[in-house]
Write a protein that binds this ligand. Structure first.
Ligand SMILES: [Zn+2]
Length: 91
C-alpha cells in the first residue's frame, strides 16, 4: 500500500489494504502518482522525521523547501541521516 504522509493521496494498493472504506472515487485517490518509500531512497535522501512515504509532488515540494536532505548536500550528517527518523514532538 502507498499513501502519502504529507497530502494523504493514495494508490490502488492502498484501497486493497485500507481498513476504512475507500474507493477510486475518493478525492485523494491518485494512482498515477509515483510514491517514494523512505526505505527505498534513504541511502540518498533523508525525509523529515516521521515521514515514511511521499508522493512525487510532495517529495519535490519538500525537497525545494530544504526539508528533504540529499546526500550531496552540506547538511547531510552521516551519523544522523540515512535511515527512518521517528517523529518527535518538540519540547
Ligand atoms: Zn503527497
Amino acid at each position: 500500500m502507498a499513501m502519502c504522509d504529507e497530502c494523504s493521496c493514495f494508490d490502488d494498493s492502498y484501497i486493497e489494504t485500507a481498513l476504512e472504506n475507500v474507493t477510486e472515487n475518493h478525492k485523494d485517490y491518485a494512482n498515477d502518482k509515483y510514491y517514494y518509500w523512505h526505505g527505498d531512497i534513504q541511502e540518498d535522501y533523508q525525509m523529515p522525521p516521521g515521514y515514511d512515504c511521499l508522493c512525487d509532488e510532495c517529495f519535490s515540494t519538500l525537497k525545494n523547501k530544504g526539508k528533504i536532505i540529499d546526500i550531496n548536500s552540506p547538511a547531510w550528517d552521516k551519523d544522523k541521516h540515512g535511515w527512518f527518523i521517528p517523529y518527535k514532538e518538540e519540547k
